[in-house]
Design a protein around this ligand. Structure first.
Ligand SMILES: [Zn+2]
Ligand SMILES: [Zn+2]
Length: 181
């Protein structure tokens, strides 16, 4: 929808931005943000995503421009920084700040100050119709729960850990290849 509606011809790699509007379930927190990576294609099966936002055993995050994030109802926001235990190392706090509504618990977005220009809204919190992904990319499968059946299409890329490309690279590749629907 985003790309097609914007009329970007094939081969044009110019970034197309889409305004996303989102909200929590109880409506106390609403937000808007500009996104050049609005396709909900990446499924993260890690234990943090699964527990905090992963109804199907995974969560789907988008990529957006943090400088454009506007929030209403900020006082209801809560932030969770997961504690990570990694092979023998001392436990440490994840740098990822998972923002959610303190009233209804809706997972809203992830912000990591290590990448201050980016914010990653949860697809499920977005009210704007999102473009349908041509494929899903399944990541952190090494942390998947036993009961989760990985659904998707045959050729879907799958990774035990992190993928070897960024959200932005995926969007650029698909913007170039995919003809309009
Ligand atoms: Zn809420
Ligand atoms: Zn995850």
């Amino acid at each position: 929808m985003a790309f097609e509606a914007s009329g970007v011809p094939n081969g044009d790699l110019k970034e197309v931005s889409m305004k996303l509007e989102g909200s929590c379930h109880c409506g106390r927190v609403t937000f808007s943000v500009e996104s050049t990576e609005p396709v909900p294609f990446i499924r993260c099966y890690c234990s943090i995503c699964r527990k905090t936002a992963g109804t199907g055993g995974y969560a789907i995050n988008l990529g957006a421009d943090h400088r454009t994030l506007k929030v209403k109802g900020r006082r209801h926001l809560r932030v969770y920084q997961a504690v990570i235990h990694e092979g023998g190392e001392e436990a440490r706090h994840s740098t990822g700040q998972r923002h959610f509504c303190g009233v209804c618990g809706t997972a809203l977005w992830l912000y990591d100050p290590s990448w201050p220009d980016l914010v990653h809204p949860h697809a499920g919190a977005i009210d704007t119709p999102l473009p349908k992904p041509r494929e899903s990319v399944h990541i952190l499968l090494g942390s998947k729960a036993e009961w989760v059946r990985v659904e998707g299409r045959k050729g879907d890329p799958r990774f035990e850990g992190y993928p070897d490309f960024s959200l932005k690279e995926w969007h650029q590749r698909h913007r170039r290849k995919d003809p309009a629907d």
